[in-house]
Every structure is written in structure tokens, then in C-alpha cells.
Design a protein around this ligand. Structure first.
Ligand code: GRF
Length: 215
């Protein structure tokens, strides 16, 4: 059994999806042991607590600088002895020390097809750039923002008439598909990081599932 800690900042729909995946046996090798938020008002905390998972906020504003917040967060997380830490809509840049501490066991979901559109406002930027394909990426986290080895991506078409909200919703539906799958691969020990690339053992069948569906 692999122990999983999830970090959120807001709504927490990816976290909810991961909890459901764990409860429904999609993540048979995983146990979600704690959820932390950097904002006390993060709605996802309520859902996690209702699911019986220890859920706690560490308000980053109460710490003098990034390093002291990250040190407190590491201490809180490590009390749960995690094998894997998941950023799920965690909207705060982490220090190099934090990412190094969890090297190889820290994953993020990002709402673009990295390496395009790292950072914020990815849907708006995709619309402005006129791309016809957009999507989401699960990747291991390294000190450079949104740049770590890619585990899994899903693409969606950008349709005429899309606005930020319609595009975000189409991408989010894919986030909810690929994050649990990437986590399953991790907890089943099927991932091997080789430089910037991630090798996935036995993935042919699932590959077919994540081909973009173009209208
Ligand atoms: C997701 O689109 C995630 O990729 C991005 O922020 C959003 C968080 O959504 N980083 P939720 O909190 O999981 O609902």
C-alpha cells in the first residue's frame, strides 16, 4: 500500500476524483492519508474531511517567507510518511528545497499540453494563440516551474465559439481521467524516470484510451 498526500488550494475537484478512485478500487494500491491546503477557505477541505480524511489548512500568509512556509508544510506532510505527494490545483510556487525533498514522488496536474503554456491562465492563452489542440499534463515536479518529466497527457480540440469556461471544462474532464491513471501507474511501481522521460511499463492498452477524439 502506498501512502498518498494531496495538496490543494481551492475547489479540489481533482482531489475529489482521486478520493473516489481510491474508494472505488481504481487505486487499489493507494491510501489517501491526508489533504493539506494553503488557504483555510479551500472548499476541497470540506469534502476531504467529509470523506474521513485528515484535512488541514496551513495559511501561507502566516509565514514570513516561502522557505518557512515550505518547511512547515514538509513537516506536516511528513508526519503522514507519504510515498507520493500530489499537487491538485495547488496554486503556490514551491521552493527548490521542497521539490528536492520529494524528488521522484511529487506529481502535478497542469491544464495545458506542456511544454506549451506553463504558468497561469492556460485556457485564455490557448485561445489567444489560436491552437487547435489543448489539454492537460501529469508530470513529476522539479524545481523549474511546470517542467518536470511528463507521465501522461490528454488532448482536447479547441472548438469555434469556445471561451475560457467551455475550454476549461473540456480540459477538466480529461484531468479527471488522467490523474487517477497516472497515480495508479505510480502506486503499481510501473513508472521509471529516465532524464526528462518517464517510462511506463505495460501501457499499450491504456494508450488507446487517451488518443484525442477529434470531431
Ligand atoms: C485544475 O485545472 C488544475 O489543473 C489547475 O487548477 C485547477 C484546479 O481544479 N492547476 P480543482 O481544484 O482540482 O477543481
Amino acid at each position: 500500500m502506498k501512502r498518498v498526500v494531496i495538496l490543494i488550494s481551492g475547489r479540489g475537484s481533482n482531489m475529489e476524483r482521486l478520493i473516489r478512485a481510491e474508494r472505488q478500487g481504481e487505486l487499489a494500491q493507494a491510501q489517501i492519508v491526508a489533504v493539506f491546503a494553503n488557504r483555510p477557505e479551500a472548499q476541497g477541505l470540506v469534502h476531504a474531511a467529509a470523506a474521513g480524511i485528515p484535512a488541514l489548512a496551513l495559511a501561507h500568509g502566516k509565514y514570513p517567507d516561502r522557505e518557512s512556509f515550505d518547511a512547515a508544510l514538509i513537516a506536516a506532510i511528513d508526519r503522514h510518511q507519504p510515498d507520493l505527494v500530489l499537487l491538485a490545483g495547488f496554486m503556490r510556487i514551491l521552493s527548490d528545497g521542497f521539490t528536492r525533498h520529494y524528488a521522484g514522488r511529487l506529481m502535478n496536474i497542469h491544464p495545458s499540453l506542456l511544454p506549451v503554456f506553463p504558468g497561469l491562465h492556460t485556457h485564455r492563452r490557448a485561445l489567444e494563440a489560436g491552437v487547435r489542440l489543448h489539454g492537460c499534463t501529469v508530470h513529476f515536479v522539479t524545481p523549474e516551474l511546470d517542467c518536470g518529466p511528463i507521465v501522461l497527457q490528454a488532448a482536447v480540440p479547441v472548438l469555434d465559439g469556445d471561451d475560457e469556461d467551455t475550454l476549461a471544462a473540456r480540459v477538466l474532464a480529461q484531468e479527471h481521467r488522467i490523474y487517477p491513471l497516472a497515480v495508479r501507474w505510480f502506486v503499481e511501481d510501473r513508472l521509471r524516470i529516465d532524464g526528462q522521460r518517464v517510462e511506463v511499463r505495460g501501457r499499450q492498452q491504456e494508450d488507446a484510451l487517451f488518443a484525442p477524439r477529434l470531431a
